[in-house]
Design a protein around this ligand. Structure first.
Ligand code: DC
Length: 433
């Protein structure tokens, strides 16, 4: 079974544009279920049937065979062997689709087709009842809305661009009518699933919406593929207790301020990348991240007892500086694949004056090799630390693997990705430190 992402919402909320972009970006199959209802509406209209009469529509169902095909990644609807993908995009067929979709037998007729596709592929499926009826256990559910006026404007622009002669007020009226039909019908009315994330896209750009859902999907993928829970329970407990004790200790000694905690990862297997100021930076970060992290520590530290034992106990492993330490990179990769985070300081060495330096290529290499997000962290404090000094630790939005744009695993790509990561970190560091 693949990963299922259900996007429901009223007409014109931007579902199909977003779902298409996401599917292309993530290599998922995009399933536009509205096209299925449209093809039935189209067949009914072509046969002169009254689309709001169940009695007239039911006999037609036995004459209909609908299939979805994918040509160069784009969905085509095949109705009785004919590709009707373009013919079903008129306002008349929109209304016919809304009418026939209220008939329970029509919904039943299309149910298995939708479930079968979802069963076999990683899919992004948009519609009205995907999260509630078709795929109630979809890993990601989004309910996308926008004001009726904004949706009418988008539809108007879209149809105009296709050369159709349309009037804005007619579209707005149709949208209001379809909203009413779709949410007041008895069978599978349009409604948000209890566990769906609601997104009002009225004043969001396409990129913003894509980014938001992409994050939900990558989070779900991580939860599925490398469950944090595969880490033995005693390690998780030991870590939780240790983290709590250290938290109290550090909160007594310093005046700790954590910001951007809404950006914290909610699963393991991510990279946390921070600027490097003190020997206890890994602790400052770990205090607020529930999921266990591993660390790269300079090889010299492992020469001293008991430091070596302590570092190993908190999942530190040695890395030789100033060389591409292949075994450390492999170790980091394995830790991530086994559900641990990796906390890393891309500059390699500590910055005494607080200035942000350049990243070594390790962080970009691991992020792209493991295809995991990088969560930037900024650590700020003024001059020398003393008892009760204020330390601010700021968490930023994750940088997704594709944003790093590493296509060739070349030095140039790693350098550019490293710069991107460092600039995200720099944006989280106070300018006066
Ligand atoms: O998403 P769309 O505008 O192409 O959908 C056309 C009609 O089909 C819409 O008015 C409601 C109906 N529909 C539905 O009832 N359930 C779905 N899963 C998808 C669409």
């Amino acid at each position: 079974m693949g990963l299922n992402c259900a996007i429901d919402g009223p007409s014109g909320a931007g579902k199909s544009t977003i779902a298409k972009t996401l599917a292309q970006k993530l290599g998922f199959v995009y399933v536009d279920t509205g096209a299925l209802y449209r093809s039935i509406g189209y067949y009914a209209v072509s046969n002169g049937a009254d689309t709001s009469s169940a009695a007239e529509i039911l006999p037609l169902l036995s004459e209909i065979s609908v299939e979805l095909k994918y040509v160069d990644g784009s969905q085509r609807v095949i109705l009785n062997g004919e590709d009707v993908s373009d013919l079903i995009r008129t306002p008349e067929i929109s209304m016919a689709a809304s009418n026939v979709s209220a008939i329970p037998d029509v919904r039943e007729f299309l149910l298995n087709l939708q479930r079968d596709i979802a069963d076999k592929n990683d899919i992004i499926m948009d519609g009205r009842d995907i999260g509630t009826v078709i795929l109630p256990s979809a890993e990601v559910k989004v309910f996308m809305t926008a004001s009726a006026e904004e949706r009418a404007r988008r539809r108007y622009d879209e149809l105009k661009a296709k050369g159709q002669d349309v009037v804005y007020d007619d579209i707005l009226r149709d949208i209001n009518q379809r909203d009413y039909n779709d949410s007041h019908r008895e069978t599978a009315p349009l409604r948000k699933a209890d566990d769906a994330v609601e997104l009002d896209t009225t004043s969001m750009t396409i990129d913003e919406v894509v980014e938001k859902i992409e994050l939900l999907i990558t989070d779900a993928q991580k939860k599925e593929s490398v469950p944090f829970k595969t880490i033995p329970a005693f390690r998780r407990w030991f870590y939780a207790v240790l983290r709590f004790i250290v938290w109290i200790g550090f909160s007594v000694v310093f005046n700790l301020k954590y910001e951007g905690t809404e950006n914290l990862p909610d699963h393991g297997s991510v990279i946390l990348a921070g600027n490097h100021r003190t020997w206890f930076d890994p602790i400052l970060i770990a205090i607020r991240v529930k999921y266990i992290s591993s660390y790269m520590a300079k090889a010299e530290l492992f020469d001293h007892f008991p430091l070596n034992v302590i570092i190993r106990a908190v999942h530190g492993f040695p890395t030789r500086r100033n060389s591409a330490d292949v075994s450390a990179l492999t170790r980091a990769e394995n830790m991530i694949r086994n559900g641990y985070n990796l906390t890393i300081f891309p500059e390699g060495t500590r910055s005494k004056d607080g200035k942000i330096g350049r990243a070594k290529s390790g962080v970009a290499f691991i992020a792209s090799k493991c295809a995991v997000p990088v969560y930037p962290v900024g650590i700020s404090f003024k001059s020398r630390l003393h008892f009760r000094s204020k330390i601010t630790v700021r968490f930023g939005k994750p940088i997704m693997p594709d944003e790093l744009k590493i296509n060739s695993m070349s030095k140039t790509d790693f350098r550019a990705a490293g710069e991107l990561i460092m600039s995200n970190i720099a944006a989280l560091v106070d300018s006066d430190v």
